[in-house]
Design a protein around this ligand. Structure first.
Ligand code: ADP
Ligand code: MG
Length: 307
């Protein structure tokens, strides 16, 4: 079935975020989850988002995909400010963006068969006839490495890795251009993680997809991304092409993520990612002054408390 799409303007930015800000009300207080984030995702590229739990990665991912509206700032998809879209245009844009979640079990509808879960977005968007959807389902099952018989199973009958394959098939059903993968392998057994990452990489090549790949694991982000953005307390503290970031991390927090802040080994493959950092990420409700990382930074100076 043909899905309408605008002409391919190769190599330009598919999505641009400018000064995006998002706060949540917590009781009587306001918690800033994303503060002043600007970034760009090029067609066919993968942007990695890395940072400790609570740094605002999921909130930013939900804003980029359109599940959450930012309080301030703009999101341009294909050059058009999302705020200016009509309801119909927004629905059409939805087809071009999808999200894959961390917990595949809870992202699927337990009452529906695997097959119905996968084609549900097509039904919701009124895409194709029943026969066309069945055909599409067969192709999708094959692409993600599931058997035709598994379409009749219920999600609980599958393993975690298989459930995530269902989540991936579901995200691809409507042929999106940009897929936000939010910790897509963090809930899976280590032995299955590499298989699912390899599947995501193959699908990206075959379909020319753009990814936002979110993880707290620097090694996984390194393997999956062209450009990596490092988040701390809602801010991007560093953004660089993956090789550059691994070779010469600039921000002390990025260095800390590599687990060897004072003596960076020359060989990047010898760095162990995510050795526990000193201290804990502060609550966004009691954000440190100056550079938010200064209380945990071994290189902090007096001015870091202020600037
Ligand atoms: P990450 O994905 O990096 O772990 P999140 O985006 O989930 O970070 O959360 C960032 C911050 O925003 C956290 O402090 C979290 O507690 C808070 N937060 C996220 N969603 C909500 C919400 N709906 N209401 C209140 N606070 C939230
Ligand atoms: Mg998260």
């Amino acid at each position: 079935m043909a899905i309408e799409r605008k002409g391919d303007i190769a190599a330009d930015a598919l999505l641009v975020a400018e000064q995006v800000h998002k706060a949540f009300r917590v009781g009587r207080r306001s918690l800033t989850a994303v503060r002043g984030v600007s970034l760009e995702i090029k067609r066919g590229q993968s942007l990695g988002l890395v940072g400790e739990s609570g740094s605002g990665k999921s909130t930013l991912g939900r804003i980029l995909v359109g599940l959450l509206a930012p309080d301030q700032g703009t999101i341009r998809f294909d050059g058009i400010n999302r705020k200016t879209l009509s309801a119909r245009a927004k629905r059409l844009q939805w087809r071009r963006l999808q999200m894959i979640f961390q917990d595949p079990g809870s992202a699927l509808n337990p009452q529906m068969t695997v097959g119905r879960n996968i084609i549900d977005p097509l039904i919701a968007q009124g895409v194709g006839t029943k026969a066309e959807r069945e055909q599409r389902l067969a192709v999708l099952l094959d692409q993600v490495g599931l058997t035709a018989q598994q379409a009749a199973d219920y999600p609980f009958e599958l393993s975690g890795g298989q459930q995530q394959r269902v989540g991936i098939a579901r995200a691809l059903a409507i042929e999106p251009e940009l897929v936000i993968c939010d910790e897509p392998v963090s809930a899976l057994d280590v032995s299955v993680q590499a298989q699912v990452l390899a599947l995501l990489q193959r699908l990206q090549r075959e379909h020319g997809l753009s990814y936002v790949f979110i993880s707290h694991n620097l090694a996984a982000v390194g393997a999956m991304s062209d450009v990596v953005a490092v988040m701390y307390l809602g801010e991007i503290v560093e953004i660089a092409p993956v090789r550059e970031l691994f070779k010469t991390p600039q921000h002390p927090y990025t260095c800390a993520l590599f687990g060897s802040i004072l003596s960076m080994p020359a060989d990047p493959t010898r760095r162990t990612p995510l050795v526990p950092l000193p201290g804990e990420i502060p609550s966004p409700l009691s954000r440190p002054t100056g550079c938010a990382f200064h209380p945990r930074c071994p290189m902090a100076m007096e001015r870091c408390r202020v600037e």
